[in-house]
Design a binder for this molecule. Structure first.
Ligand code: Z5A
Ligand code: MG
Length: 219
């Protein structure tokens, strides 16, 4: 049973650079919510299981080349494929936890040089997250966690450019939707330490702190 006053579920997004621990923390949060009697669902972006997701997967593994604009639109299209199900679940009282979302889309594409005026519009009117938790980790700590993988974007130069763009994306979210929609969380320390920091921030959101209706991104 969901205990939010409006009856709907909360939409919580995790963002952050490579290897900051998003997938680890998202999985733990979904488990905790379910143990506490909430309905909760994990939504990973990109969702590599759909037809569009398979094209994105090939691109990320460098098995396919793609124009920067075209891949940007595919990442956004991949979110639109999932948008109706997210809204339906939120209406049904399910808390949806997303591992990356439109903010990664903008940060990565603008880091490649695409202008914000191109990057923002395709995600316009997607479900608006009630809160986005941006996990931060100094590059020196991130590099100690594990070696970079083999996927596209997993280099120091690209991650540095993406970090800068995430700062601009954060400003845009705060300007359009209010300061409370984007919260930085230190991802330093043990998995349990980070988890309790996160829980301190989402507790009030999942237990009654969301508006009656789900908003629209950038609107
Ligand atoms: N991308 C894009 O361009 N446009 C878009 O619209 C979207 C995405 C949505 C694939 O993303 C790429 O797509 C990504 C952005 C781009 N490119 N990059 N970079 P992805 O989400 O599929 O990437 P991933 O493979 O899941 O990696 P990740 O998300 O970057 O990692 P993470 O989820 O943040 O970290 P983790 O897997 O939870 O943890 C990493 C390791 O650290 C692991 O060994 C953990 O056990 C360990 N770990 C976790 N927490 C800790 C703590 N606290 N201490 C010590 N060790 C820890
Ligand atoms: Mg991950």
């Amino acid at each position: 049973s969901s205990s939010s006053t409006s009856g709907r579920g909360a939409f919580i997004v995790f963002e952050g650079l490579d290897r900051c621990g998003k997938s680890t923390q998202v999985a733990r949060l979904v488990d905790k919510l379910e143990r506490d009697g909430h309905k909760a669902r994990l939504q990973k972006f990109p969702d590599r299981t759909t037809a569009i997701g398979k094209m994105i997967d090939a691109y990320l593994q460098s098995k396919a080349e793609m124009d920067d604009h075209a891949i940007h639109l595919l990442f956004a299209a991949n979110r639109w494929e999932c948008a109706a199900a997210i809204r339906r679940d939120l209406d049904d009282g399910v808390t949806v936890i997303a591992d990356r979302y439109a903010f990664s889309g903008i940060a990565f594409s603008s880091a490649k040089g695409l202008p914000f005026t191109f990057c923002l519009p395709p995600d316009t009117a997607l479900p608006l997250p009630d809160i986005t938790l941006y996990l931060t980790l100094p590059p020196s700590v991130a590099s100690q966690r594990s070696a970079f993988g083999v996927e596209r974007y997993e280099t120091v130069a690209i991650q540095t450019a993406v970090r800068e763009q995430f700062g601009l994306v954060a400003n845009e979210v705060k300007k359009r939707h209010g300061d409370g929609r984007w919260v930085e969380v230190s991802a330093e320390g043990s998995i349990e330490e980070v988890e309790s920091r996160i829980w301190g921030l989402v507790d009030s959101v999942v237990n009654g702190g969301v508006d009656g209706t789900v908003g629209e991104l950038w609107v």
